[in-house]
Structure formats: structure tokens, C-alpha cells
Design a protein around this ligand. Structure first.
Ligand SMILES: Nc1nc2c(ncn2[C@@H]2O[C@H](COP(=O)(O)OP(=O)(O)OP(=O)(O)O)[C@@H](O)[C@H]2O)c(=O)[nH]1
Ligand SMILES: [Mg+2]
Length: 493
């Protein structure tokens, strides 16, 4: 029978202890409070309290001898504990730890949402010796008390920040532990393998060791390595969905880029004039297209003949944007196309692409032929010219052809982002990619060592791989990493 080797146990214990000690600072024993609903006038505002004194504070502010039933909303008068003046009548809730969001004793006041009411209750809480919470402190306590791991914390932050339906869906799944479950199952495989290898080291000289066990470990690690590699090769879809797809509108001057941009943004964000070279700066607006987040970008028209140095700078910026883009929207003035004598749209685009835009061929591209209102009589000529798969005909003037544009954009966005699902969760942060890549490197080293039969090196590589997976979920961590993750939360969460 194999037992966890003592050095693994010591290592794990040390990691847990270090994490715990650094977390249980004096600050953490304080009871904290904050307005958890948004700032500003509203119907109901939620004030949250967490820490050992939460129950006492609740009793003082409700002038009550005993606490309400756990997790049951009750209507109470809220008083100033010093002069007993009634501040408001509110719903209050009592959440004894560990069955609370933070894992600590907590309570909630659902007061009327005016500035004066909220401020008076916050001041009353401060009078009882509580201190205002820092940004993300409730969630940090939930993490430190083992209620959430780091990927769940990140999911929660993303859920609060989510602006589109698919961002919400992805963030919700992550906050519910879909990534943690997968990473923890991988970590379990590694820990089991490490335990066996360590046992092999311990018993090798004194006992007969079953070689088959090592062979099974090699097979498990090979399988896990393939699984992690597959997960890493997701084309950054989860990260793109979280951050927004960068869609850059490019093309010649006067093609109608800014007109098109304004229609998709539903506001006149970019200046439109008949003068060539109107747009110079890069203009970005976040838009929601059928649940996908898009960073829509308008750019200066591409032309080489300009002597205007401001426009030249604008063109350089446009080229920079093209290289950053996930999706290019190429605008063409259809009248110019028909007058060009080109046989296909592609030939026309290649001809005007004097800027030899790098990588553009490898990027997802939609070609928009604009100003069809000007060529109605010549429409019959169009069918020979068009690459029907990739060209869309629109008129920004008449707002014609835009439902096809939305459909095409949605189709492209679906392939650029993941449609979040439980079966194949995607990484959403660059941090995940880094730790998984480091983990994989040690698994690759492990495989390379197989032929050398250096069992001590097997163990060291597995230990490092476990360490990097631990960093991913926060089983192994340090204050610096925590500060980076929690600083993005608002106060009261
Ligand atoms: N007839 C017609 N005119 C259009 C259409 N779309 C845009 N225009 C006009 O074309 C001119 C140029 O439009 P913009 O949207 O500023 O073009 P742009 O590509 O952003 O131009 P630059 O910023 O100079 O590169 C303006 O006078 C628009 O009103 C269209 O569908 N039909
Ligand atoms: Mg423009």
C-alpha cells in the first residue's frame, strides 16, 4: 500500500500554512462594512457587514437583545446606537458564519437608497467600531476562508463587469467553479502520481517496487499532458470573449467607414463629411452584437498620395490597428469598384492595398460594398464581380443591407469567441495560460526523463507541475498575486 510521502505532506502543509499565516493579518480580524449596491439615489441600498462583530453591530443598530433567525429577512427600525434616534426602517438579514458569502459572521441592511439614509447608517456602523471595507475585501475574505478559489473569484469579477449575454454566461460558469473543477481534477492526478513516485523513492532500496505502477503513472501523465495542450490550443476564444473582439473598419478614404461605424454604434460617434481624409484618430466604441462584445474601431482612410502630416500619422495608426485586429471590416465604395475595370472585388482590394497590410490575409475579414444607392441601374453587372461568400452590399445612406451585416458579423464572432459551455470551458485570463504553460513544461521535462529512469527528477518535475496548477486556483499563492486580482473589485464586493 502506498501512502503520501512525508515530504509531499510537509510541502503541502507548509504551503497551506504560509498562505494562512500571511492572510491572517491583524487587519483581517476587523469587522468591515460597505455599501454593496451601486452609488447614487435608488429605491433600496444594500449595506453589508462581515467579521466577528457583525452580530453585535446588528443588535446595536436594531436596538435588539437577540439576533433574527439566520438567513431570514425581517423588518426593523434602524437606530443610531449612541442617541437611539431612528434612522430608517429596513429589512435586515443575519448570516452566521461559516454559511455566509465570506464564511464569517455577516449581516445585511436593505435600507432606503437616499444619500442621507445610507450615510447615516454607514456612520452608525463606524460608531460601533467597525471599519469601511477596502475594494474587493468581502470577496478576498471569501477566498481566504476557502469559499471560492481564484478562478471562481475571477469569474465573479467578470460577472460583475459582463456587458453582453455571452460574457455573462462565460463568467457565471466560471464563478460556479467550472474551470476550478477541471483544474482540480488535473491536480488530483498529479498529486496521486507524485505520491506514487515519492513512495517509489522511499521504498526502492528496501522493498520490491511494482514497475507497473510507474508505467501507469507515465500513461496518466501522457494523457494529462495531451488534455492540457488541447486546452491551451483554444485559439484564445475565452480571453477574446472576456476582453471583446477587436473589429477594425478599414478601406479607402470616403468609402463610408465612419458612416458605417456610426450606424453600428447607433450614435454619431465619428465625424462624416464628403472631404477625403476626414477621420484621422482611431475611434473605439464597445458594441454588443447579438450577445458578443465587440470593440468597434474606426480608422483613417488608406491613401498614399496625401502630403498632410496629420493624415499620414492617422494612416500609420490605422495600420497599427489592422495588426491588432481580430476581425477586419473592409469598406469599398461600390461606384469606384465598378469604374475601376477590375474583374473581381479581390483584384480591386489588392490593387488599392498599396500599404501591403501585413497579416491581413490571415485575419477574419468581411468585405462591405457601400453606396449601392448610387448604382441601382448597373446592378446587373454586379453578379459577375461579387464573391458572394464574403461581400455584403449596403447603403449607409438608406441604412439598407444591415440585417445581413449583423448576421455575418454574428457568424464571424461565433467562430472567434467560444459559445460558453460546461463541457469545454475555456481559459479567460492570461494568468491561466501562463500557469498552465509552466505546468506543461514540467510535464514535458518529466516525459523526457522517463528513459533516464531518474526517479528523483520525475518527482521534482511533478512537484513543480503541481505547484503551477496550485497557483492557478490559488492553493499556492502570495499576497502580490492576490492584490492584483482583488484590486479590480469594487468596494462592497
Ligand atoms: N450616396 C451615399 N453616400 C454615402 C454613403 N455612405 C457614406 N456616404 C457619404 O460618403 C461621404 C464619406 O463618408 P464617410 O463615412 O465620412 O467616409 P469615410 O470612409 O469615413 O472617409 P474618411 O474618414 O475620409 O476615410 C460622406 O459624404 C457620406 O455622407 C452611402 O451609402 N451612399
Ligand atoms: Mg471616416
Amino acid at each position: 500500500m502506498l501512502f503520501l510521502n512525508s515530504s509531499i505532506r510537509q510541502n503541502n502543509f507548509r504551503q497551506v500554512l504560509l498562505t494562512t499565516l500571511s492572510s491572517y493579518t491583524f487587519k483581517r480580524r476587523n469587522t468591515i462594512f460597505a455599501l454593496s449596491s451601486g452609488q447614487g439615489k435608488c429605491g433600496v441600498a444594500v449595506i453589508r457587514v462581515s467579521g466577528p462583530e457583525a452580530g453585535t453591530a446588528l443588535k446595536k443598530l436594531t436596538a435588539a437583545q437577540c439576533l433574527p433567525r439566520p438567513r431570514t429577512a425581517v423588518l426593523r427600525e434602524i437606530v443610531n446606537p449612541i442617541d437611539k434616534e431612528i434612522l430608517d426602517k429596513a429589512l435586515v438579514l443575519w448570516f452566521p458564519g461559516p454559511k455566509s458569502f465570506t464564511g464569517e459572521n455577516s449581516c445585511e441592511f436593505q435600507v432606503h437608497g437616499g444619500h442621507a439614509v445610507v450615510n447615516s447608517v454607514l456612520s452608525a456602523l463606524q460608531c460601533t467600531g467597525l471599519r469601511p471595507a477596502e475594494a474587493g475585501e468581502f470577496t478576498k475574505r471569501a477566498f481566504l476562508n476557502g469559499k471560492l478559489d481564484l478562478t471562481e473569484v475571477e469569474g465573479l469579477a467578470d460577472l460583475i463587469a459582463a456587458e453582453t449575454e455571452f460574457q455573462r454566461k462565460q463568467a457565471y460558469l466560471q464563478s460556479e467553479g467550472i474551470l476550478s473543477n477541471m483544474y482540480n481534477s488535473w491536480r488530483d492526478i498529479l498529486i496521486k502520481s507524485l505520491a506514487h513516485v515519492e513512495a517509489h523513492i522511499d521504498f526502492e532500496e528496501t522493498e520490491e517496487f511494482d514497475e507497473q505502477i510507474l508505467q501507469n503513472i507515465f500513461a496518466d501523465i501522457r494523457k494529462l499532458k495531451a488534455e492540457i495542450s488541447r486546452h491551451l490550443e483554444d485559439g484564445c476564444k475565452g480571453e477574446r470573449l472576456r476582453n471583446g473582439v477587436k473589429a477594425v473598419i478599414i478601406g479607402e478614404t470616403n468609402a463610408g467607414k465612419s458612416s458605417f461605424f456610426n450606424i453600428l454604434c447607433k450614435k454619431p460617434a465619428s465625424i462624416v463629411t464628403p472631404i477625403e481624409g476626414t477621420t484621422r484618430d482611431v475611434i473605439e466604441i464597445n458594441v454588443d452584437i447579438n450577445g458578443y462584445p465587440v470593440i468597434l474601431t474606426d480608422t483613417a482612410g488608406l491613401r498614399s498620395e496625401t502630403k498632410d502630416i496629420v493624415e499620414q500619422e492617422g494612416i500609420q495608426r490605422a495600420i497599427f490597428q489592422i495588426n491588432q485586429a481580430d476581425l477586419l471590416i473592409y469598406m469599398v465604395d461600390i461606384e469606384k469598384l465598378l469604374n475601376s475595370g477590375c474583374k473581381t472585388v479581390k483584384e480591386y482590394i489588392d490593387r488599392i492595398n498599396e500599404f501591403k497590410i501585413k497579416h491581413s490575409h490571415s485575419k477574419e475579414t468581411i468585405i462591405i460594398l457601400n453606396k449601392i444607392d448610387l448604382i441601382h441601374k448597373r446592378k446587373d453587372r454586379m453578379s459577375d464581380l461579387l464573391d458572394k461568400e464574403n461581400c455584403l452590399l449596403v447603403s449607409c445612406k438608406d441604412k439598407d443591407g444591415f440585417s445581413a451585416v449583423t448576421n455575418k458579423l454574428t457568424e464571424k464572432l461565433r467562430s472567434l469567441c467560444l459559445n460558453p459551455n460546461k463541457e469545454h470551458p475555456s481559459m479567460t485570463h492570461i494568468r491561466h495560460r501562463k500557469h498552465l504553460t509552466d505546468c506543461l513544461t514540467f510535464l514535458e521535462n518529466f516525459e523526457e526523463e522517463i528513459n533516464t529512469a531518474h526517479v528523483v527528477l520525475f518527482a521534482e518535475n511533478l512537484r513543480q507541475a503541481v505547484y503551477h496548477l496550485g497557483q492557478l486556483t490559488g492553493r499556492v499563492t502570495n499576497e502580490q498575486i492576490l492584490d492584483i486580482i482583488f484590486k479590480d473589485f469594487c468596494i462592497g464586493k
